[in-house]
Write a protein that binds this ligand. Structure first.
Ligand code: CDP
Ligand code: MG
Length: 140
């Protein structure tokens, strides 16, 4: 994990409404290779731990409830400068402020239900990838 990888979650609203395929297409067309992928439904405890950095913020409890409301797709993605390039593909946290052609612009429905997560640093990409995937679940 040397800047070539980032971690992503296709969030419950997007999975529930059948957007997994279209979002994976945008990810592939953006030049990202899938290094690991699976579907999981997080427990409350897992979502609280995943979003530990946001604990205490006004949106934390709602976010944890939302992220456990259904299955999600978790991914490790490979690309040069992966963290920054992927956040560009995602667009702003608020879909209304996201640029045209971004995943959140196309598939986000609110700040909370913004369709997709992307790591914000190499350090967090490693932490988040290790949270969900073991070594034998990763390729390339
Ligand atoms: O996901 P991103 O890094 O762009 O934003 P964040 O500030 O790290 O927030 C994490 C997630 O919390 C967002 O993707 C939203 O789903 C949610 N959030 C929210 O529900 N309300 C806010 N005011 C800010 C974030
Ligand atoms: Mg973030």
């Amino acid at each position: 994990m040397d800047g070539k990888y980032t971690f992503s979650i296709i969030k419950p609203n997007a999975v529930r409404t059948g957007k997994t395929g279209p979002i994976l297409s945008m990810i592939n067309e953006g030049g990202f290779e899938i290094s690991a992928i699976k579907m999981v439904q997080m427990t409350i405890q897992q979502a609280e731990a995943f979003y530990e950095v946001h604990r205490g913020k006004p949106f934390y409890d709602d976010l944890v409830e939302f992220m456990t409301s259904g299955p999600v797709i978790v991914l490790i993605l490979r690309h040069d400068n992966a963290v920054n390039e992927f956040r560009r593909l995602l667009g702003a946290t608020d879909p209304e402020k996201a640029e045209q052609g971004t995943v959140r612009k196309n598939f986000g429905v609110s700040v909370k239900m913004n369709a997709i997560h992307g790591s914000d640093s190499d350090e967090n990409a490693i932490r988040e990838s290790n949270f969900f995937f073991s070594e034998i679940e990763r390729y390339c």
